[in-house]
Design a protein around this ligand. Structure first.
Ligand SMILES: *[C@@H]1O[C@H](CO)[C@@H](O)[C@H](O)[C@H]1NC(C)=O
Length: 471
């Protein structure tokens, strides 16, 4: 009798005790970290991720883990950092709308190694200052004035280098874009100097996306060397510009002369930036204005060779006189949709990074302050829920307003949206219009593959046979 009543009490109490502890566990759960694994020490899951990036399928890396752990966010370790990966439009929205509140832009330390600054502060801090100055040159009304110059540069370039049967599109697009970037950002049009600077850009591009180990023979090592050589060149230009400025005594240079602007800019302590820092900034700018646009232009040229319907629609643009204006470029809606579709299917780069500046909660998971967060373009660009038949190249999908917010993000978003997207638009359309007006073209290697790393590009640089239009 005695023992059976104890049993009844126990049976009654045990569930309560269980519930009590379970509740504590549940409340702990709201502080849980995102699920996932960090893999090997230091290397983490970098090698698996890099190999997916090289095959052009970084989203596969994410999808495997989204299936295994959580469809919205998971934990991993990349490029020597514990990393939280956000997957999808909701994640993009969260990151873009919480800039400076919960997160801030972060770059892998490879950036600081390639573009070192005198005070050893990280690039992300310097970039804030730079972004304050950038509008001077990337402002729409300033760029608007540049269209004529861009068009003249392109026409001159066509004259000089496209009068032959076969051309290497990668080489020529590179020449055009670097001439343009040097003219816009550095104010130089000396071809020899442009070629000099061109040599380093490829190496730097590869280094930015590599593992942060500076060992001989690595991509990072080559990038650091290339950047050093370029900085020397640019420092010499800066030196010359300082002399010119002091001789001219012109206190306010035209907005077109970005180098002079940045030379006259003072930092928060009222100090001028050092020549070395300015050189690092300017090379970073030239790099940013070149690599991604280069990839976009070559892939566009590839599709225009493969898809006559798309080519014909681009060709349709009527243009009474031959000199392009800013207004003309606005009328090239279809051409720009082709560029947007290229940016969706072959987005240059993989994604971008943020850092949590406070403990934050996302989708029920706690992400501690200081965590690095990675988001990737393909999580929406290649997601059938965001873009129907994502593998099909179809510029018309950008007609009208069919694109859901935070799904098409090649320029990032929020306050840290790429400030150069207008520059990129003009550079691409000026190139495309002028080439299409003169030629059709056929691929010399019909089955030429696209390699994906560090940015997408045809494996042999897209050699093509040019067919001039009949007069
Ligand atoms: C075209 O130029 C690129 C460099 O821009 C080079 O890597 C490639 O080998 C060239 N292709 C051919 C077929 O010469």
């Amino acid at each position: 009798m005695e023992s059976s009543s104890i049993l009844v009490v126990l049976l009654f109490i045990l569930p309560l005790v269980y519930l009590y502890f379970h509740k504590i566990r549940l409340s702990c759960k709201s502080k849980r970290l995102p699920p996932g694994r960090t893999g090997w020490p230091i290397l983490g899951e970098s090698l698996e991720y890099l190999s997916k990036i090289q095959q052009g399928i970084p989203y596969e890396f994410a999808k495997e883990r989204m299936n295994k752990y959580s469809s919205t966010v998971f934990r991993t370790s990349l490029i020597g950092q514990n990393m939280v990966m956000f997957c999808g439009a909701e994640g993009n929205k969260f990151l873009f709308s919480n800039e400076k509140k919960l997160v801030q832009v972060w770059w892998p330390c490879t950036m600081d190694m390639i573009f070192p600054k005198s005070d050893n502060r990280p690039s992300s801090e310097h970039s804030k200052k730079l972004r304050k100055m950038l509008p001077v040159i990337l402002r729409t009304d300033v760029l608007r004035e540049f269209v004529g110059t861009m068009d003249a540069i392109m026409k001159d370039h066509l004259q000089k280098y496209w009068n032959r049967k076969n051309v290497n599109v990668s080489d020529l697009a590179k020449k055009y874009l670097l001439t343009l970037a040097c003219s816009t950002f550095l104010g130089i049009d000396d071809e020899r100097k442009v070629d000099e600077l061109a040599k380093g850009t490829e190496d730097i591009g590869s280094g930015i996306h590599s593992m942060p180990f500076n060992l001989p023979g690595t991509a990072l090592n080559r990038a650091i060397k290339a950047s050093k050589i370029m900085r020397k060149e640019v420092e010499a230009m800066i030196h010359q510009r300082r002399i010119d400025l002091s001789e001219n005594n012109s206190p306010s240079p035209s907005p077109k002369d970005f180098m002079s602007h940045i030379l006259l800019e003072k930092d928060d302590n009222g100090q001028f930036l050092s020549d070395g820092d300015i050189a690092s900034h300017l090379i970073g700018l030239v790099q940013a204005g070149y690599t991604t646009v280069h990839s976009t232009i070559i892939i566009m040229m590839k599709y225009l060779a493969e898809l006559p319907d798309v080519y014909n629609q681009v060709l349709l643009v009527k243009k009474p006189n031959d000199r392009l204006s800013w207004e003309d470029l606005w009328k090239m809606k279809y051409s720009w949709n082709v560029a947007l579709e290229v940016l969706r299917v072959y987005t240059p780069g993989t994604g971008s990074f943020r850092e949590a500046i406070t403990d934050l909660v996302y989708d029920g998971y706690t992400i501690p302050r200081g965590s690095k967060i990675h988001w990737i373009f393909d999580a929406t660009h290649k997601n059938p829920e965001c873009f129907r038949d994502p593998e099909i190249f179809n510029p018309s999908r950008f007609q009208g307003d069919n694109i859901a917010p935070y799904t098409f993000v090649p320029f990032g978003g929020g306050s840290r949206m790429c400030p150069g997207n207008e520059y990129a638009r003009l550079a691409i359309l000026v190139f495309l219009h002028n080439v299409v007006k003169k030629f059709r073209w056929e691929k010399l290697y019909p089955g030429e593959e696209v390699v994906h790393y560090p940015v997408p590009r045809p494996a042999h640089g897209l050699p093509v046979h040019l067919i001039p239009h009949k007069p």
